[in-house]
Design a protein around this ligand. Structure first.
Ligand SMILES: Nc1nc2c([nH]c(=O)n2[C@H]2C[C@H](O)[C@@H](COP(=O)(O)OP(=O)(O)OP(=O)(O)O)O2)c(=O)[nH]1
Length: 133
């Protein structure tokens, strides 16, 4: 069966900004920016897995919603899915990442063009730009 990695597109509706997290490991992607998340465990829904990962990685709560864009195949048997989310707890902290940042549409476009995003996540940039418009 396919394993799923879920990632959160956490958008602040007031500022129209998206939260990005800078990976600490592995070396191939260390320093690049991603949507925070992790693997869905057996018996978990995607939404509850994402809520758990965000509590672990960012020390806060989210409400996870609809899927953003298409699923990305990371390797055979492993798919990456982004879910839209809104913050429902204290400001996020980088417990597992090097840093966090809130970006607007222009900054996201510039980071994608500069190759600063984890490669798999670049597929979602048009969808994310639409959500930030
Ligand atoms: N969380 C997350 N992982 C991503 C993204 N893009 C991307 O290619 N990945 C890859 C990196 C990893 O191979 C895999 C998830 O790794 P992870 O380290 O975040 O998840 P995890 O904590 O559940 O995994 P593990 O370290 O326990 O194996 O998905 C993304 O936007 N967010």
């Amino acid at each position: 069966m396919n394993r799923i990695v879920v990632a959160a597109a956490i958008i602040d509706d007031t500022s129209r900004m998206l939260l990005l997290a800078q990976r600490r490991y592995p070396p191939e992607v260390a320093g690049l920016w991603e949507l925070p998340g992790g693997k869905v465990e057996d018996g978990e829904s995607r939404r509850s897995a994402l809520e758990r990962e965000i509590a672990e990685e960012l020390g806060t709560a989210i409400e996870a919603g609809e899927q953003v864009g298409a699923a990305v195949v990371l390797r055979p048997g492993l798919e990456l899915v982004a879910l839209r989310a809104r913050l429902a707890g204290p400001p996020p902290r980088a417990l597992d990442h090097t840093a966090l940042c809130w970006v607007d549409a222009g900054r996201l476009r510039a980071m994608a063009a500069a190759g600063e995003l984890v490669p798999a996540d670049t597929a979602w940039v048009p969808d994310l730009l639409e959500l930030l418009a």
